[in-house]
Design a protein around this ligand. Structure first.
Ligand SMILES: [Zn+2]
Length: 96
């Protein structure tokens, strides 16, 4: 649900979550009880649960808790042919 900003006549600012269809033009200020009008701000939509947020969370978690791999990923089996490089910069390296 989007987060909406409100400001009462005395200057108290606070944020409340409302569904877009239910957001009122004013609510009672939690400090003084006067009607606080909704302010016009940039949209602050919740990103929690989105694909971007899950990616950020999994990336942060992998820094501390790397996933344990117990098998090779599916795909073609690695070739048994010896790896030979054709790069002349590697010509002085010993063979594998
Ligand atoms: Zn107030």
């Amino acid at each position: 649900m989007p987060l909406y900003a409100f400001r009462c006549p005395e200057g108290t600012e606070f944020d409340l979550n409302f569904a877009m269809r239910d957001v009122p033009a004013s609510v009672a200020c939690p400090t003084c009880g006067e009607p606080a009008r909704r302010r016009v701000t940039a949209p602050r939509l919740s990103r929690a649960g989105s694909a971007a947020y899950r990616l950020i969370d999994s990336t942060a978690a992998s820094a501390h808790e790397p996933a344990v791999v117990t098998s090779l990923p599916p795909g073609p089996a690695p070739s048994s042919a010896p790896r030979v490089t054709q790069n002349p910069m590697n010509s002085n390296q010993p063979p594998p």
